[in-house]
Every structure is written in C-alpha cells, then in structure tokens.
Design a protein around this ligand. Structure first.
Ligand SMILES: [Zn+2]
Ligand SMILES: [Zn+2]
Length: 344
C-alpha cells in the first residue's frame, strides 16, 4: 500500500510500504475514506513543531472496515467508522475514568499519524489501510446520514473544541464564552460552534486573522479583531466565566487568562511554543481560576460530539475550507487554510 511520509521540514512524500495486518483478536483493518488535516499537521510538516522524521502522517479519520479480529463484535465489514486518533484500550483505570489519552495499556502519546511521539507509532491515516488496535472499543459507527468528510475531524479537533466548553457550560448553563483564535484555527472555531450549540448566551471570538474572523461571524460569534501584539487590550472590562485559548502564542494565552472571570475556567488547547512559559500565577490565584492545559481525551469525548452532530445542532462542515485528493496532500498539508479534508 502507499502512505504519506514526513521526511523532514517541507518534505512530504507518498511511499510504498507493506500492508498492515491484524496482530491480535481485538484489531481491525480500516481503509481511510476521509482524513481531516489536524491543526498541528501544518506545523509538523513545516518543521515548526519538534518531531523527528520520518513517520507517516494523518490522524483525523473516518474509514471503512476491511477486516475484523475475532473479538471485535458489533461491527461489519464495509461499515463506516470514526477512528479516534489516540489509542486506548477501554478497560484500564484511566480509560474507565474517561482519560483515554492516558490509557495505561499503551505507551503515553500513542496515536495515529504522529510517529513515535512519546508512544508507539501506529502509522498514519493518509494511507490505503490502517491497523486499529482495541477496535471493539476504539471504533465509533458513523450514522448513514452523516457525510464522512464532515465527520472526519470528530476523531480529534472537533472533540478538542467541544471539551473546552462542554464541561464548563454544564457547570454554568448559558454562560458567555470567550475564544481566542490563532494557530489552532479549527479547534478555536469548533469551540465557538460548540459553545453556541450548547447554549452559551454569547460567544465572543478574538483573533488577528480576517478569514477566521469571517468564519466565526458566520457561525454566530460576536467577533473582535486585534493585532497579535495588542490582543490583551482587545476586550476592555468584559470578563468571562469560560475562556478558551486556541491561539497557541503567548499573547493569546495572556488574553484568555486575563479575561477569565473570578472562579472561571480557562482551557488552553496547546502547551505553547516554548518548553517553559510565564504564567500570571498571582492574579490567577487571587481570582481563583481553574486553568486546564491538556490534549483532548478523544475516544472518551467523541461519542457526545457525534451525538451533537447527528442531532443537527453542530455542523463541523461549516468551517471546512477545502476538500483535496490524497494525491495533492503533500502541497495542501502546508497551505494556510483553516480546515482541509483529504479524500482518496
Ligand atoms: Zn491532532
Ligand atoms: Zn486503557
């Protein structure tokens, strides 16, 4: 089969490799039919994120089941499924707590399309075939009515946007939400969509990029444009019980933390661009805010997101800017677009 290999900064190449095979009774083989570009993918491909080549890319996938291990029940050959990007067994203590990104059955960080980034390299979704471990737990059936292209991002970025607002909005129903957009472009806009879908009375979106601001407006957000170096002055006196930092850069995180109301929750969807960052811990302490910085627990979060999409209340397709064939993935992977979906 062929798969798309990251060989080094700016170097992506389709290469031939051996077909994956079932390695245990809980495995499945899946043929990817729609693979969304994760917000992290362009940074990896351009060498802006410290990951060692070479490895196969692509990790937000909907696929079609090709083969099932003996212990995988409830699924059929040919069925379309969402494959959450992080491997999780569904049986260990972290998995049972909903911490599927901390599954203790696999090395930390084990995921598709991210190489041996702290874990085991499962191969990428930009491929003819993928082996899915723990398939009886991992796979989510895609309802017939849902477009695979629209659903592909549920395996990562849509769920990431959802978790930023879902839990805080459960605690304070209807609360206003602030999203600071930037280098996690689709996650920020999915947080906007999810905030609105889950009943926030007012979602404010701050960004320095015109195209993302237009998309946020179309989604129903109140938008504020501000240059990156002036982000922290963008809001005046307004404070929010729920804030989301999808900017990745320091000014965006600073704004999100500054704008979080006393006893509010601020979620960062990235660890920023340097190994150590300065946080305003004294003001955070005095306000008593909860600061969440983590990767999404994709398998644990995706079912609720899929329900929201299937109910028609959330449309991840609204921010998909381009659908591109697998053949054109090497170029499209580094294009400045909000959300690209690759199809074979
Ligand atoms: Zn990702
Ligand atoms: Zn587990």
């Amino acid at each position: 089969m062929r798969h798309l290999v990251f060989k080094g900064p700016g170097e992506l190449e389709w290469q031939e490799t051996a077909d994956p095979r079932l390695s245990g009774p809980r495995d499945a083989l899946v043929r990817p039919i729609a693979v969304a570009r994760c917000d992290l993918d362009p940074a990896i491909a351009l060498g802006l994120y410290p990951m060692k080549p070479s490895f196969a890319m692509g990790h937000e996938m909907v696929g079609e089941i090709v083969e099932l291990g003996d212990e995988v029940s409830g699924f059929d050959i040919g069925q379309r499924v969402i494959v959450p990007f992080q491997a999780s067994c569904g049986e260990c203590a972290p998995c049972l707590r909903g911490h599927s990104n901390a599954c203790s059955a696999v090395a930390s960080g084990t995921a598709f399309g991210l190489g041996p980034h702290g874990g085991l390299d499962l191969g990428g979704a930009l491929a003819d075939l993928v082996r899915v471990p723990f398939a009886d737990h991992m796979l989510l059936a895609l309802p017939d009515a849902l477009d695979a292209i629209v659903a592909a991002g549920i395996s990562d970025n849509v769920s990431d946007g959802y978790r930023c607002v879902a839990e805080p909005l459960r605690a304070i129903p209807g609360a206003p939400v602030l999203v600071v957009g930037g280098l996690a472009p689709s996650v920020g806009l999915y947080a906007v969509s999810c905030g609105i879908a889950l009943g926030s009375e007012r979602v404010v979106y701050v960004d320095y990029d015109h195209d993302r601001l237009q998309l946020a407006t179309a989604l129903g957000a109140h938008v504020i444009e501000a240059p990156l170096d002036r982000l922290v002055d963008a809001l005046g006196d307004e404070r929010f019980p729920i804030t989301v930092d999808a900017c990745v850069l320091d000014p965006g995180r600073d704004l999100a933390l500054f704008a979080t109301a006393p006893c509010g929750t601020c979620t960062s969807v990235s660890g920023g661009v340097s190994p150590r960052s300065a946080l305003p811990l004294q003001s955070m302490y005095l306000k008593g805010i909860r600061y969440e910085v983590s990767r999404v627990h994709a398998r644990a979060t995706a079912p609720a997101v899929l329900d929201l999409v299937a109910s028609g209340r959330l449309n991840p397709g609204a921010i998909i800017t381009k659908v591109v064939s697998f053949d054109d993935a090497p170029e499209a992977m580094v294009e400045p677009a909000v959300k690209i979906v690759f199809v074979p």
